[in-house]
Design a binder for this molecule. Sequence first.
Ligand SMILES: Nc1ncnc2c1ncn2[C@@H]1O[C@H](COP(=O)(O)OP(=O)(O)OP(=O)(O)O)[C@@H](O)[C@H]1O
Ligand SMILES: [Mg+2]
Length: 195
Amino acid sequence: MATPAPPADKAALRRLFLSLRDSLTADTRLAASRAIAARLAERLPVADSGACLVYLPMRGEVDLRDWVSSALAAAWNLALPRADWRTRELVPARLRALDEVIAGRHGVPDVLDDRFEPVSLDQVSVVLVPGVAFDRRGYRLGYGGGFYDRLLPRLRPDCLTVGIAFDQQVVDALPAEPHDQRVGALLTERGWQEM
Ligand SMILES: Nc1ncnc2c1ncn2[C@@H]1O[C@H](COP(=O)(O)OP(=O)(O)OP(=O)(O)O)[C@@H](O)[C@H]1O
Ligand SMILES: [Mg+2]
């Protein structure tokens, strides 16, 4: 396994993987997103009594909206992370329907203020974690705000965290700083890997 590069490389890696992701065609993105959703449906039967913290795609992320719709239709408790830009924390908000979601600050999908109902982190049993890149150890590169690094340590110890990415976004080793958190599993169109 390659030795992790120093953290100064994070910004350059972020640019590299964002441009790689941007260069995927709409067809590739759609096919891979469908494959990922199919694997997710196999892995996560909706029987779970806990809440699932999902994400909605922005900036070319893997699009799991169809999976989210079926989970909502199956009455799974879903939550959407709301960014608190002051504290840089993610606050889970009840997600009732996709048409309640708007493009919030910096284009981040958000629920309307007057529809906001918090979901306690004690209820969350699964988190789908988007990312700019992941490594084989479960380390993640995000957009650089540290939001998921602050969220993951606050989850229940038995909570399953699944990094979601296109295969092109996965490398052997990313630079990891002491605050960087790992996901428990990684899902791409090529398969599911437990850490
Ligand atoms: N638990 C934490 N407590 C305080 N600051 C933190 C914590 N986690 C991350 N940070 C801060 O956030 C900054 C960005 O973190 P990092 O470079 O790891 O971003 P990222 O993981 O790519 O972003 P994100 O998780 O938002 O997608 C770090 O420089 C660090 O100062
Ligand atoms: Mg980080």
